[in-house]
Design a protein around this ligand. Structure first.
Ligand code: SF4
Length: 245
């Protein structure tokens, strides 16, 4: 099912009003029903990703799952992505990698993260995802309000950059995620047991101390709290670093 881009803000507002107190499975079913093959799920295969991936595997196992393989991920994440996708029977997990020309021009030594994390995230996450999302009208994220920061006011359905975004787990707390993992016997990301409650690229992720915020280990010591894929951009703002893609 495809919606004209001008219809999407009103569709997002209507769905958010309908679904703001709904169970995550109900939100996912509504997303699939509303957007059909124009819907994708974006997953980091991180600390809490198994919950949403398990839910969608029961609803539509061939839904496109977009995984940002930045080239800077922990080896444990790559193993977890492979094993979890196989275990859940997800048949269309797509590995999105940075464009060769973007790396050659913008980060030829793979050290951009040392000097400009925003530029590095743009090249390794934002641009690959923007390019992949051109094929979709709506996408599903795993964000939750309890992660704090800008996520404290997260709606269940929103409109951003001309697309509809579903946040089925927005209302869920850590206890509900843990209970779901346990009830369905889902394997944890191996780094969770080593003190990583939120897992991104290895240069920019640290374990956290007891009582610290879930995302305190992400870009620790910097003001940066988000990689940029959830920051609204101007329409048609997809640009590439290399300039020839
Ligand atoms: Fe680069 Fe760090 Fe962003 Fe990963 S999280 S893309 S290494 S700045």
């Amino acid at each position: 099912m495809a919606f004209d881009q001008t219809e999407r803000p009103s569709i997002a507002a209507r769905l958010d009003a309908e679904l703001r107190h709904a169970h995550p499975v109900t939100v996912l079913e509504s997303a699939v029903e509303s957007f059909g093959d124009k819907l994708a799920l974006v997953s980091s295969f991180g600390a809490e990703s198994a919950v949403l991936l398990h839910m969608i595997s029961k609803i539509r196992p061939n839904l496109p799952v977009l995984f940002l393989d930045t080239g800077m991920l922990f080896g444990q994440t790559l193993d977890y992505r492979k094993n979890l996708a196989a275990k859940l029977g997800l048949t269309d997990v797509r590995d999105l990698r940075p464009a060769y020309n973007d790396l050659a021009v913008g980060d030829p030594n793979a050290k951009l993260w040392q000097t400009d994390t925003d530029a590095c995230c743009n090249l390794r996450k934002v641009l690959p995802l923007d390019r992949a999302l051109v094929d979709f009208d709506a996408w599903i994220t795993g964000r939750k309000r309890f992660h704090g920061g800008d996520r404290l006011s997260l709606p269940v359905v929103e409109q951003a950059d001309g697309q509809v975004k579903f946040n089925p787990l927005a209302n869920w707390a850590k206890a509900e995620l843990d209970a779901y993992m346990s009830e369905h016997d889902l394997p944890a990301h191996p780094l969770v047991a080593q003190g990583f409650p939120s897992i991104g690229c290895w240069p920019c992720t640290k374990p956290v101390e007891e009582g610290e915020d879930v995302r305190a280990g992400r870009w620790a010591g910097q003001e940066k709290t988000e990689c940029g894929i959830h920051v609204a951009r101007a329409p048609g703002a997809i640009t590439n670093v290399g300039g020839d893609i």
